[in-house]
Design a protein. Sequence first.
Length: 319
Amino acid sequence: MGAADRLGAADGDHGIHLVDTQYIRPRFGAAYLVVEHGRGAFIDCGTALSVPHMMAALDAVGLAAQDVDWLIVTHAHLDHAGGAGTLMAQLPVARLVAHPRAAPHLVAPARLIEGTVAVHGAAAFARHYGAVVAVDPARVAIAADGETVDLAGRALLCVDTPGHARHHLCVWDARSRSWFTGDTFGLSYRQFDSDRGAFALPSTSPVQFDPVAAKGSIARLLERDPVAMYVTHFGRVDAPRRMAADLVATLDTMVAHARRLRDAPDRHARLVDALVADVLQRLHVHGAPVDDATALALLGSDLDLNAQGLLAWLDTGAP
């Protein structure tokens, strides 16, 4: 997939371009470039290692670095925002827009780095994230719930969407009647597409996952009757209401497994096994055109992180 990839004719008309950030593997992490009257806004940016792909995306659509007005990050997790400082250094007039809880981590990223190393390990951090550069606080704009970002007259509405993390926002684009959802609307890899459409898997990674808030945020996204969702992992998905129902039902099943295994001595391994069994069954029903080994190669790290997040949530004293 190219650095900037129009997602069908309708999306090209709306000036929305997908950028494959090349995080871990192709077609795993996406950022988006929205273009309006010759001005650009990035939504998410991947890691520091993704910055060359972000800049190539500008070239591909005929924009220069000084034509970018905004970098909006959905949340501070490094696969979405780890490259923010490095990218901002190459965008001379842009401002960074972040959730009130996310902005401090991007200005002073030491705790964010420490937490990511704790989850992924030092070797994986070095391999997948590169250097995490602090963002100049003078260039940061805080997006409170309901804040609108003006892109050359095009309103991009930021709304608070906790659940995956407490510092998460989603971006509503009325022009395309679509949401840029970060991880709020789960994971949906194109390798699993079938005649039934896209396959959805919740993202419950540590350490701030909250299933009640997650379901509330999904419901809030549906209130605007969107025609599509632009998820980070990976790309545009249609049929939002069907996918939302799948996400909520799967969340309930995952939480039930976690509660059942709360006090098991080997609870993490057993929870991963339960999540694996469930996702493989769902993929079979969905008619996904991959075998089990391929599915687990694509989802293995996600399911491990989901188990970590579910157990971290239980350890906060959740019922």
